[in-house]
Design a binder for this molecule. Structure first.
Ligand SMILES: [Zn+2]
Length: 138
């Protein structure tokens, strides 16, 4: 009987059980948080000094299908509601490329075309999302 191998298999199983339970607990916490937020009529995303965040996965880059991020440039100081037209929507992958090019003092290897016709529908969706779900606190 190889005790070391048995222990290693058992440890693997224990880790798998812990990982599965942790994932289930996270899911439960997320759902409970969403229920409470709706019950108390709270916006789920509150931005303070850092005024950008990643959008949920259902929002996709119209050019590469990747995740999007948004930045709020204008908002109502009374309510914290982002102003339509005061929200920038950016492709996460493109922002990473631009950032790393800047860090390395080189030209970006690629960039999106950023055509209005491609981006406008997504920007409108993000504006609606921000109006109902995002508040800025200072
Ligand atoms: Zn993209």
């Amino acid at each position: 009987v190889n005790l070391t191998a048995m222990c290693s298999r058992a440890r693997g199983k224990v880790h798998a059980i812990i990982d599965a339970r942790a994932a289930a607990a996270k899911e439960e916490i997320t759902l409970a948080f969403q229920r409470l937020r709706r019950a108390r009529n709270l916006p789920p995303i509150a931005l303070s000094s850092w005024k950008y965040a990643k959008l949920p996965a259902r929002f996709q880059c119209p050019e590469c299908g990747g995740r999007l991020i948004f930045e709020v440039n204008e908002w109502s100081t009374a309510t914290g509601t982002p102003t339509p037209g005061g929200i920038s929507v950016m492709c996460e992958a493109e922002e990473k490329e631009l950032w790393s090019a800047m860090q390395q003092e080189r030209d970006p290897e690629w960039q999106h075309r950023s055509w209005q016709s491609d981006w406008m529908p997504v920007v409108r969706q993000v504006e609606r999302f921000c109006a109902s779900r995002v508040r800025i606190y200072e």
